[in-house]
Design a protein around this ligand. Structure first.
Ligand code: SF4
Ligand code: SF4
Length: 249
């Protein structure tokens, strides 16, 4: 007996037309989730203020709790990297969660030129490679600018995980489907902030609607020197960074 997921996994090369149809069906499902909510009125994004992040990791913990992300340290929907630029021009990048589990670090303050934290997450690309490669349309873009995964359709083929240039996706070991940040879509369609934004004690994360001139994010983009990660790939991220160091990849 072969179930639907197994069948689709085997037939993955023969069903691009099915995938296209399902992508539109999934879009319809996502945009009818909350009564009275019109996704065409919104376009969501996030700003990260590098000068404000203190690397406390509260955003990571809040995200794990809110979204049932597996507890193991290598599964993240959002994570924070510590960049250390040394006097010999070398650059060290560490996930702060992994770093906390290490012992006997050799770097001394005298070696360090500068050091800072960089929160990362799915960039909610306007032009997302993960959506383009999904053979069954399980990964799709909503009209309000969020890239989602329909876990009922996902066959766990991992194409999207390989296609994402930001390492923002993982295969959830419990559901066996692709997983990643959704900007807490279940919250934002009700007018709430994503969990990581709500708990950040320094307001290093700025969430907002790019279609609203009154949004904090629009002001943030006006006031800061804005950069996106890997701009040369033309993925058009909706996560933007303020005052990002040129060493960040
Ligand atoms: Fe897809 Fe990766 Fe872009 Fe997120 S960052 S939309 S997972 S390509
Ligand atoms: Fe940085 Fe805010 Fe996350 Fe703390 S909660 S690590 S300050 S982004």
């Amino acid at each position: 007996m072969i179930n639907r997921r197994k069948f689709l996994k085997r037939a993955v090369w023969f069903i691009p037309a099915v995938g296209l149809f399902r992508r539109f069906a999934s879009n319809a499902q996502a945009t009818t989730a909350v009564a009275g909510y019109d996704p065409t009125n919104h376009l969501y994004g996030m700003g990260i203020d590098i000068d404000k992040c203190i690397g406390c990791g509260r955003c990571v913990e809040a995200c794990k709790t809110e979204n049932n992300v597996p507890k193991e340290p290598f599964f993240f929907r959002t994570w924070v990297e510590r960049y250390t630029i040394k006097k010999d021009d070398s650059v060290e990048v560490e996930n702060i969660d992994v770093r906390l589990r290490r012992r006997g670090e050799a770097t001394t303050e005298a070696d360090v030129l500068r050091s800072f934290f960089v929160p990362k997450l799915c960039n909610q690309c306007q032009n997302p490679p993960c959506v383009q490669v999904c053979p069954v349309g399980a990964t799709f873009s909503t009209e309000d600018g969020v890239v989602l995964v329909d876990s009922n359709r996902c066959i766990g083929c991992r194409y999207c995980i390989q296609a994402c240039p930001y390492g923002a996706r993982f295969l959830n070991p419990e559901t066996k489907t692709a997983d990643k940040c959704t900007f807490c879509y279940h919250r934002i369609v009700k007018g709430l902030l994503p969990a990581c934004v709500e708990v950040c004690p320094t307001q290093a994360r700025v969430f907002g609607d790019l279609k609203s001139m009154a949004s904090r994010l629009v002001r943030f983009k006006r006031m800061k020197r804005i950069t996106v990660l890997k701009a040369h790939l033309n993925t058009e991220p909706k996560v933007v960074y303020g005052n990002l160091d040129g060493e960040v990849r």
